[in-house]
Design a binder for this molecule. Structure first.
Ligand SMILES: [Zn+2]
Length: 65
């Protein structure tokens, strides 16, 4: 197997993901790349905000009834 050097970056924020990438050569080449922690954090915050505002809406609708 020839040596191949490559780098992995997040397409969204550009964070280097080499430390989060595992190469498995047992059956062909398989790359396992963990999600970008920065974008995951942002997505969690977005999800929290959406859920929070949704919850506020439901509470307000119930209060109006
Ligand atoms: Zn990212």
């Amino acid at each position: 197997m020839p040596l191949i050097y490559f780098e992995v970056y997040c397409a969204n924020c550009g964070e280097g993901l080499c430390k989060l990438t595992t190469v498995d050569e047992r059956s062909g080449i398989k790359l396992v790349i963990k999600p970008c922690p920065e974008c995951l954090k942002d997505a969690e915050i977005d999800g929290f905000d959406k859920g929070f505002f949704k919850g506020c809406e439901v509470t307000r609708e119930q209060a109006e009834e």
